[in-house]
Design a protein around this ligand. Sequence first.
Ligand SMILES: [Zn+2]
Length: 459
Amino acid sequence: MLTGCGFFGGEKKGDEQAGNQSEVVRYEGPMSKVLPYVYTARKELSLTFNGMADKQTMEKLLDELDKFNIKATFFVPGMRVAEEPDIAQFIVSRGHEIENNTLSRLDMSKLSYTQIHKEIQLSNEIIKKETGKLPRYLRTRSGDYTDDVRLAAAQTGMEAVVVYSLFLHNWQGETDADKLSFVRKYITRGGIITIDTEENSDLVEEIPIVAQAAKDVGYALIPLSELIAHGGERKPLEQIAGYDDIRMNMDYTNEKYNLIYDVVTDEKKITLTFDDWGTDYTITKILDILAENDVKATFFLRAKGVEGNPNLARAMIEEGHDVANHSYSHPVVTTLTPQELQEDVVKAHHVITEAIQQKPTTLFRPPTGEIDDTTAKVIAAIGYPDIALYDVTTFDWDVRNSAEDIVNKIMKQTENGSVILLHMLDDIHTIEALPIAIKRLKQKGFTFVKMADLIGLKE
Ligand SMILES: [Zn+2]
């Protein structure tokens, strides 16, 4: 392949001859940003590939992508593009994006700055020369990166170092149903799925699984540059108003608090509340049902889950719901020391604030509902005087309770001013029960308001 030889032919000798003259000075500008996922609450994510397998495999892969109408993003090694430019050209001509997987997919952590720079720069040049497309994004073979990789990416004009939200490696004997439920679990808004075309031996068979999983959740697979263009920059925590309204405060002995189970009212107003956390599959279904029925609800988030998937928490806000605090690690609050408890709840406040990019509703709901006088004071002292409990319980978190059981429990207990407790956990029957319960409650004349509005919470 004469086309590529000029870039790295006689590499070793060339390097020695060039000596210090070819040394690249470490970039002093800002490091390139890193994208493990894109900040967006839109129902979309990207499918990306690493490496460039043999021609036959790549052609099969492209045919399969066409079958499911997926436009993907290919991170290709410059060396392989130099060897078989027609494969890279074929990727581009079929409407996919082509990006930089470094020149020869070496372990970047073992290379000098000059070598890293060369691995990126030469790969860009080859890809541009052979396909007419200058890569904008960089990804290493494993997705790992160092500060030097980020600096060299910035120096060579790359817009971002792209990581992944799910790296789909070879299966270990799972059934088709297991594979689908595994991938579905990791379908997230703004997610970046990665498959290595050289490592993954079931490469072509992965495509229908990914396509089905995305369809089940209701999300579109779009090229990475579109996903990034639709995404936004997220403000750091310290720039969000109200992030420090909730603070450690050990002077709690005289704190006043309210335990709120329901409200006394003549109006037929009630509120739906959802606790804990789940996958996009479950939570998006809940959001869609609420939107179809024009109901606004309050979500009490387990912040440890939010930390790994902030886009889903942001989606709740964008759909007009309230988001509140259900602790970070979901402890039974009465088992913690005051110090531990305050640390957990403040941490949850920070995680949720950063995820939703605004101050959450200042309601705290204790995990399992367990609370006593001292812990209520400890929580009130940091800025959560309103402890949001409930009067309608359905045990929907227990998978043994059917949709019918859940609906019946709701209908039996709900009255004016009720606070209904439900869960957004996976694999329980809440999403089946929800549309039926909403319909029957509306038939009884109830209207739905957010919990803060029901109790007249003044922010
Ligand atoms: Zn809970």
